[in-house]
Design a protein around this ligand. Sequence first.
Ligand code: NAP
Ligand code: ZN
Ligand code: ZN
Length: 349
Amino acid sequence: MIQSWGYAAQEATTPLAPFSFQRRDLKEKDVAVEIEFCGVCHSDIHSTRNEWGNAAYPMVPGHEIIGRVTGFGSGVTRFKIGERVGVGVIIDSCRTCTSCKSGDEQYCEVGATLTYGVKDKYGDMTYGGYSNNIVTDEHFVHQVSEQLDPAGVAPLLCAGITTYSPLRHWEVGPGQKVGVVGLGGLGHMGLKFAHSFGAHVAQFTTSRSKIEDAKRLGAHDVVLSNDASAMAKEANSFDFILDTVSAVHDLNAYLPLLKRDGVYCQVGLPDKPPTIFMGNLLFKRRNLSGSIIGGMAETQEMLDYCAAHNIVADVEVIPIQQINEAFERVVKADVKYRFVIDTSSLKKP
Ligand code: NAP
Ligand code: ZN
Ligand code: ZN
């Protein structure tokens, strides 16, 4: 077994604290990665606090992982020792169902294996990237450009692909008006991608203090979503709206902003369901939809796109010892725009 150490939640109400554990010895298709950076996703907070009701402890969160290859099994062909790689939200899937075969492993019909907090096919608990290393099947490991800042690349493995994938799926581009709701980790990546794809982009935010940043990050318009008259001016004008908000909020304030046949895509996953006035959908044949991360080939495509267009996340790098304070700040929407853990701060027990 491979000795590992990181930070774990022991239950929903305790702070994250140092934790030692073991990872499996390398199987034929496995890659071992020494972790350099791991992003702090709001999902890590929902999960460790059991806000979605399915948590398993001890939980080592983290699914925005960047590191270097330190070893691999005899059947691995795609990687070299020392190469910089990324691991995201899933680390296994059946590879034989319709979704897996079409490159949509995240929608695996038998359920993809999450990077942390579940049992894998060997019966071992999966532990995430708030740790010094990870062992993963090579199919779920991605090549990362050496040209990009590795701390800024880490959030691409979740926040990046989760926003890139729906924008591509609904073919967002020139001539379209696109909205991004919430300027956090996902939102700021959605804004960068929608701008880069050539759409006219409006950022919706509840935070007046983020208006100038939103413009710098690529917003053509910024709308304060708690200003009813500013919202009313946007009625019936959007082709596509990407909602990245982590908390329960009123979708009925946003749906009327879509044109006829427009698409509202939910990627934020609040712990409670919304109430929707169906008239907001049916009178203009609007579509309400959702999307989760992206497939493995698409994740590589997104990383390559970012390398070609020099796109990374705006990050605040922290030592692991500040993780509990960072969680509190994320919940208060007080991060510009992703915390990333420098895992060299982890101390060997
Ligand atoms: P985050 O950094 O905390 O950003 C969320 C943003 O939502 C905040 O910055 C804030 O933006 C806005 N917001 C927060 N509370 C609000 C409220 N009560 N009303 C209105 N707006 C509010 O979170 P994140 O890491 O981007 O994750 C966002 C959500 O996506 C989480 O629920 C996460 O679990 C989910 N997620 C889903 C996927 C997927 O595959 N679908 C992947 C990753 C994460 P403003 O200050 O601009 O208002
Ligand atoms: Zn995430
Ligand atoms: Zn499958």
